[in-house]
Design a protein around this ligand. Structure first.
Ligand code: AMP
Ligand code: FE
Ligand code: FE
Ligand code: ZN
Length: 292
């Protein structure tokens, strides 16, 4: 075997991806990956299906992407900044995790309902039933579901266009959800035996990004790594993040953030260095990586 290929950030139909959990591990195999992490937004609901469908030759890292907030720059009237934390190898039955994921499921559902209502009130041909029909039982509701309903209704021609023109953070139809303070999520995942990686920290096209003090604060709380190689990161930002990781003794990862056909990036488009992966797993005290 050559150098292992490792992708630590993917989504399934259990959140806002378009492949089932079994489909994600199958796609990982087809793309020649040796290790894949399933990291649906705020849920572990796809773990069992992915594990049961694991092809020979692919190892599974069980994870989730936690919706969080971090402090903006001091004095910035815009307040907190939404950020995402990838948690890996944590005990899914840890009471704090169970409670917070349940709370976020409720937030997500209510918020998507309110966004859909705002758009319907403004005359867009979308309704709650059409949006929620795109959600399998218990899946994490997200803006991409509304985006797909808008594509299906012919309002926009792609999910990307829906985000760019109608669903971006701060649009008239945007409704906030109450996310977890990032430092608390880091501590929660650590208490459950897992490790956390700051997902796409400098994905500027999504809106404001955090300043350096947030990296320091999260590292102090026990953050294990930074996702450096991500499709939404410019080359200069990748270099910046590598420097921050070196200063703060953090692991660096690279991942596709695969969402099936909701995004254009193929699975395995970005990968994690095997030595960095080993260092990340060594920091975890919870679940094992599931061997093929
Ligand atoms: P939500 O979790 O409901 O706030 O929606 C955020 C999700 O929307 C992210 O996890 C991405 O999957 C997706 N997303 C965010 N920005 C964009 C964009 N500009 N184009 C396409 N998808 C996006
Ligand atoms: Fe997503
Ligand atoms: Fe994310
Ligand atoms: Zn993601």
């Amino acid at each position: 075997m050559g150098r292992p290929r490792i992708d630590l950030h993917t989504h399934s139909t259990v959140s806002d991806g378009t492949d089932t959990p079994a489909g994600v591990v199958t796609a990982a195999d087809a793309a020649g990956l040796d290790v894949v992490a399933l990291t649906d937004h705020d849920t572990v609901g796809g773990w069992d299906e992915a594990a049961a469908a694991l092809p020979t030759g692919v190892a599974l890292v069980r994870g989730a992407e936690f919706s969080c907030v971090a402090a903006g720059e001091p004095g910035d009237p815009r307040g907190d900044i939404p950020v995402h934390l990838l948690g890996y190898l944590f005990d899914p039955a840890h009471p704090a995790i169970v409670a917070e994921q349940a709370r976020l499921q409720g937030e997500r559902e209510q918020r998507l309902r309110r966004m859909t209502e705002r758009m319907a009130a403004a005359g867009f041909p979308v309704d709650i039933d059409a949006v929620f029909a795109l959600l399998p039982n218990g899946a994490s509701a997200g803006r991409p579901h509304l985006a797909r309903a808008l594509v299906a209704a012919g309002v926009v021609s792609s999910v990307d266009e829906a985000f760019a023109t109608l669903l971006y953070t701060g649009s008239p139809y945007y409704v906030e959800k109450v996310d977890t303070p990032a430092a608390r999520a880091v501590e929660m995942v650590r208490a459950a035996g897992g490790v956390t990686v700051f997902a796409h920290p400098l994905a500027r096209r999504r809106g404001r990004v955090v300043g350096e003090r947030v990296f320091v604060e999260l590292a102090e709380a026990g953050l294990a790594g930074l996702e450096v190689d991500h499709p939404d990161h410019a080359p200069a930002d990748r270099a910046l993040l590598r420097g921050i990781a070196a200063d703060l003794d953090l692991v660096t990862t690279g991942s596709s953030d695969y969402h099936g056909t909701n995004k254009t990036t193929p699975i395995g488009a970005e990968t994690t260095d095997p030595a960095q992966f080993d260092a990340l797993v060594a920091r975890a005290a919870g679940l094992d990586v599931l061997a093929p």
